[in-house]
Design a protein around this ligand. Sequence first.
Ligand SMILES: Nc1ncnc2c1ncn2[C@@H]1O[C@H](COP(=O)(O)OP(=O)(O)OP(=O)(O)O)[C@@H](O)[C@H]1O
Ligand SMILES: Nc1ncnc2c1ncn2[C@@H]1O[C@H](COP(=O)(O)OP(=O)(O)OP(=O)(O)O)[C@@H](O)[C@H]1O
Ligand SMILES: [Mg+2]
Ligand SMILES: [Mg+2]
Lengths: 165, 165, 158, 158
Amino acid sequence: MYLKHLEMKGFKSFAKGIEIDFRPGINVIVGPNGCGKSNIADAIRWVLGEANVRNLRGQRGEDVIFTGTDKKKPLGMAWVSMTVDNQDRVISNDYSEISVARRIYRNGESEFLLNMNQVRLKDIHSLFAGTGLGKRGYSIIGQGELEQVLDAKPFERRLLMEEAA
Amino acid sequence: MYLKHLEMKGFKSFAKGIEIDFRPGINVIVGPNGCGKSNIADAIRWVLGEANVRNLRGQRGEDVIFTGTDKKKPLGMAWVSMTVDNQDRVISNDYSEISVARRIYRNGESEFLLNMNQVRLKDIHSLFAGTGLGKRGYSIIGQGELEQVLDAKPFERRLLMEEAA
Amino acid sequence: MNQRFQEFLRLANGSFNKTFNTIFEGGEAELLMENHENPLQAGVDIMVKMPGKRRQSLNLLSGGERALTCIAFIFSLLALKPTPFCLIDEIDAALDEANLGRFTGFLRKLAETIQFVVITHRQGTIEIGDNIYGVTMPEQGMSEVFSITPREAEELAG
Amino acid sequence: MNQRFQEFLRLANGSFNKTFNTIFEGGEAELLMENHENPLQAGVDIMVKMPGKRRQSLNLLSGGERALTCIAFIFSLLALKPTPFCLIDEIDAALDEANLGRFTGFLRKLAETIQFVVITHRQGTIEIGDNIYGVTMPEQGMSEVFSITPREAEELAG
Ligand SMILES: Nc1ncnc2c1ncn2[C@@H]1O[C@H](COP(=O)(O)OP(=O)(O)OP(=O)(O)O)[C@@H](O)[C@H]1O
Ligand SMILES: Nc1ncnc2c1ncn2[C@@H]1O[C@H](COP(=O)(O)OP(=O)(O)OP(=O)(O)O)[C@@H](O)[C@H]1O
Ligand SMILES: [Mg+2]
Ligand SMILES: [Mg+2]
């Protein structure tokens, strides 16, 4: 399994629709301070079902929707869609490709889609359970989060390791 | 006033005696990871009267004494001496040069010296009071401490600013 | 619960010590069960010894030593139980050039089985990328993304 | 107490806005007294607006924007009330090349009245040094120090 494709529009600073094609191996993302690199990491966490908006540097769910600039008005919706390759059937179902999408509106309403069918947050969590995908401190290390394993209390460290057990 | 000279022996990784001459303007310190750069910053904080050893990454006072390596035995004492130029009489006394030293022994006993005369910690603090010297977040920004002003609660931020008021 | 975790901890300790030793080219690292009166609440302690130095508490480590120790810990979990992809955001910021080289060397090895998405400003890390994307804000406040060559990445990374 | 601090805050707010605007080449920054029922316990809030972007809460800033905002805050206090010397330890780690240039430009100006001791790995910062010292550990665990040229610093800094 690997990450194949990411599309988004209206998510944080991505007012315009963008697409990224990933490849197996090492995909590098570069750019000046404040241009939107960590927002891409937040988009991947969000579409994988991140439930706590504080882990995305926000305070309310709608904080992820583009809030506008001096020249452009705020948008009313944000959506992100991620496609993973499943030819090696790490997730045992019929699909050789799985796409997950998430949408949120200004009124706070949000919806999840799995291969274009509407599902619940629980379904996304159970789909990826056991793969380690989206787990903080193990498969996603956000900016400034590297030293959490040293700063954590011994029991918190154990919980982090349980993800990989 | 400016920092002229720093001498130390037995302080943290500085088992051998070392001396540094500083100049007005920008003095840069470089070197690989773990070689002792931040230990120099700790030495300057310590000789200026830092009373809380946790601000020097230690747990007990004696943690600043060289603890030995695979090949060298621990030392029994650490001392640091700092000389500042006072020709502009920022500190109003008779000296055009002021040297402050601090020593600590394995048994935890420590002593302060001002121009070679033994003084108390309080005397060092009152000597530099009002100059801002040694104040965290204003005249000394340790490694990893830069963002404290953003992470601090509003009242803590006020206390930090009182140093400069 | 405890039996299973004890067994996993034994494997994780082996992987951590081996990864640490490879990345630091020496030294030792250990993961130990904490002494706790209630075994179900016992956590995990970390002990490290840098090459040539004495065993010491974690808070005496330098900025770069702490960062590389955490990298060794995370890489050791990934080596033990790979995940389909791993995203890392500027974890190489505190490393000097020599340690950056050790980090990228180990990353390349892991990337044979695990896909990585790496956000970085460091030249040494950009150079090992198989696929590079640049992010810019031609209009203040609005991000755009495009695929770039390593040469272009050098200018943009800044 | 409060009267004096209110007056100082007015001056600090002016200095912070000016320093922020110079370093970011635009944008706005403000230091405000917090609304608190007991004025003696009221703290200080920070509001910033990056050039071309909307005013927003501090936690939406990027890593580099946060670092440069803190640098502007500290430099604005130093400009208002200089201290004999200032020691900074790797505060430039998160900055891209463009922001590193803004940082070093402002640092050079302040260094006309304040002495700086700067610990860094960044080439751009080393280049503005008037006096450079290298630290090494020829024998593992024991530091040594020597004065070096900018050329040598480039190799050692790593
Ligand atoms: N909902 C939103 N609408 C518009 N812009 C947003 C929103 N949320 C965050 N931003 C903007 O995104 C920018 C931060 O982007 P990000 O953290 O991805 O930067 P970065 O490329 O990681 O930079 P650095 O190299 O400094 O870490 C901020 O300037 C912020 O204003
Ligand atoms: N009391 C002590 N005796 C001997 N060595 C010590 C003592 N206290 C700290 N050290 C050593 O000093 C080293 C850390 O040095 P320091 O933090 O100054 O590194 P640095 O040059 O700032 O590195 P970085 O670039 O990674 O921040 C550690 O390896 C630690 O073992
Ligand atoms: Mg970032
Ligand atoms: Mg350091």
